[in-house]
Design a protein around this ligand. Structure first.
Ligand SMILES: [Mn+2]
Length: 571
């Protein structure tokens, strides 16, 4: 699909030169950083050297002191503590770290993860009743809870305190919890980006420092919190929060901890997911580890994830990892089937083919998997997409959108046709009566028709800078690695070079093309994955957009460009 190349905010060349001199970095790197809004020296140094010592104080988050005190009093009084988490990787890793910590300091603690299909997102009254019945005095919600007013009121009436540890939007009417720990509206940009597990980790930092002051560790080992970062990194990456502020420190350090992790569950899941035991990347977490842990929540019992991440029994860990792997394979099959169905429906439907959005529904589709498929359809068509899983007279839908359409706001303006909805700018969920489907779809398309104008239906490729090939040196390519780990909010830099020639192209297996690109006297190797179909289709001259990487082959470390997009020039 053709893309719009869009340069980031343009920088002042003077500033780039000045910073590159004072910091001893190349102008390529200083330009990239400035264009991304990282502009002063101190900020750049902190960005390039993410260090756990620079973690902001956990007490910057409102309510932290109060929550910490309440948990310590529960410890002292041997109160039963219940952890309640969301069924996704963020919730599962949150529950795992808090459970492991509290166990290690001798707490009477248990956990519960609701079933996505039977109980749905967040707290529910039946669970609360069960906890009260079992004598639980303190409930800690993780990666959920902030919108569960009714359930938390009920808990309070029955003398069970609730501490909410969440990162979702706080509703206007706050639930009557003992304390709410949610930095979403803290106004501090380093911490309002945290995933649920990042907030949970902050709670542990606060708890440990207070317990230390109170002398707890005079007679027991003080837990090493850095060792939990292999779990914190899972939820942080899986929840697609930006890799900025405290998240950058968590991901950067967490990947290292993940690579040396002795945790049985981590070792086992890396093995079944074919992830290198000591050289995993952020992308391995996104595409290999997280989907396996998430699969349990989509199709089966999400608690398998917590069991895996908290066990110290290697046999059990192996069994659980294998179980997750099987569930995930099943999830992939279901996903492929829905994807094929959807493509067929789109091709049959002329209205849909020519509309600016996609809305499809079926009774055959598993509600736990339609969100993933909707994302794939957005990738393929670049149109706002809603997939609905029908169950007699009611449908549950997952919506995924493109940059120019705020899907939550769009659903809000169509709320008269919906039973319920919720979500964010690019992803949302909805419930609809089957009989309202047609009228909803027509109005959705009408709305998109007016809202999407010009080239808004063309995906954007964000460009970090324009380079002459001769500017691409080994120093530059080595230096760019300091920007890792790449991910949401910190994309791998993409550069453009104008009017290059292609030389010696070879098409290898799996649509991999290797060649040389030449500009003036400089020639650099280039590799293209699935971007060029045949050697004949390669133009003589072109503008290219690419990543700069090092290619280590047989001990030789050379610079290599990885083609992202190509725009032919008229010859
Ligand atoms: Mn979350």
């Amino acid at each position: 699909m053709a893309k719009r190349w869009e340069k980031r905010n343009s920088y002042s060349e003077d500033t780039a030169t000045k910073l590159s001199r004072s910091l001893g970095i190349s102008e390529v790197l200083s330009t990239v950083l400035i264009n991304r809004g990282i502009t002063d020296e101190e900020e750049i140094l902190r960005f390039l050297n993410p260090d756990i010592k620079n973690m902001p104080s956990p007490f910057l988050i409102d309510g932290m002191e109060n929550a910490t005190k309440r948990i310590i009093s529960a410890l002292k009084n041997h109160e039963k503590i219940m952890l309640y988490g969301d069924y996704d990787v963020d919730g599962i890793s949150s529950v795992s770290i808090v459970y492991l910590y509290l166990k290690s300091v001798g707490a009477d603690v248990d956990y519960y993860i609701p079933s996505r299909l039977k109980e749905g997102y967040g707290l529910n009254i039946n669970s609360i009743k069960r906890f009260i019945h079992n004598g639980c005095k303190l409930l800690i919600t993780l990666d959920c809870g902030v919108s569960n007013n009714e359930e938390i009121s009920f808990a309070k009436q029955n003398k069970m305190d609730t501490i909410i540890v969440d990162h979702h939007e706080i509703p206007d009417t706050k639930p009557p919890a003992y304390e709410i720990i949610d930095p979403k509206h803290s106004g501090i940009k380093d911490i309002n980006v945290l995933a649920g597990v990042g907030v949970a980790f902050n709670l542990l930092m606060a708890l440990r420092s207070t317990m230390k002051k109170e002398g707890f560790f005079n007679y027991m080992n003080m837990p090493n919190l850095k060792h939990y970062l292999d779990l914190v990194v899972l939820g942080t990456i899986a929840d697609i929060v930006p890799f900025t502020g405290e998240n950058r420190i968590i991901v950067s350090t967490g990947i290292k901890v993940l690579n040396s992790s002795q945790r049985q569950g981590i070792k086992a899941i890396k093995e079944v997911a074919s992830v290198s035991s000591d050289d995993a990347r952020a992308s391995d977490v996104s595409f290999r580890i997280a989907p396996r842990i998430n699969a349990a929540g989509r199709l089966d019992d999400p608690a398998i994830g917590v069991q895996l991440l908290t066990t110290d029994n290697p046999m059990l860990a192996g069994k659980l990892a294998n179980a997750l792997d099987k569930i995930n394979s099943n999830r992939q099959l279901i996903e492929q089937r829905i994807f094929r169905d959807a493509l067929e429906l789109i091709n049959k439907d002329t209205v849909m083919k020519n509309s600016k959005g996609i809305v499809l529904a079926s009774e055959e589709w598993h509600p736990g998997v339609i969100g993933v498929v909707a994302s794939k359809l957005v990738e393929a068509y670049y149109k706002p997409t809603i997939l609905i899983s029908l169950n007699s007279d009611l449908g549950k839908g997952s919506a995924r959108s493109i940059q120019s359409i705020h899907i939550y706001d769009t659903l809000k303006s169509l709320s008269e046709y919906l039973v319920g909805f919720g979500g964010h700018k690019l992803a949302a969920g909805l419930v609809i009566k089957t009989e309202k489907l047609d009228v909803f779809r027509n109005n959705f398309f009408k709305l998109l028709d007016t809202a999407l104008t010009g080239d808004m239906l063309t995906p954007i490729l964000t460009i970090d800078g324009v380079l002459k090939l001769k500017q691409i040196t080994k120093k530059v390519s080595d230096e760019l690695k300091l920007m890792m780990p790449y991910g949401t909010g910190n994309a791998e830099p993409i550069f453009v070079s104008y009017n290059v020639k292609f030389r010696d192209p070879v098409l290898l297996k799996h649509n991999v093309l290797r060649c040389k690109v030449v500009q003036d006297d400089t020639s650099i190797g280039l590799v293209a994955f699935n971007t060029v179909d045949s050697i004949d289709s390669l133009p003589k001259h072109a503008n290219i957009a690419y990543y700069i990487r090092n290619n280590s082959f047989n001990g030789n470390d050379t610079i290599e460009l990885v083609l992202k997009d190509i725009a032919g020039l008229d010859n």
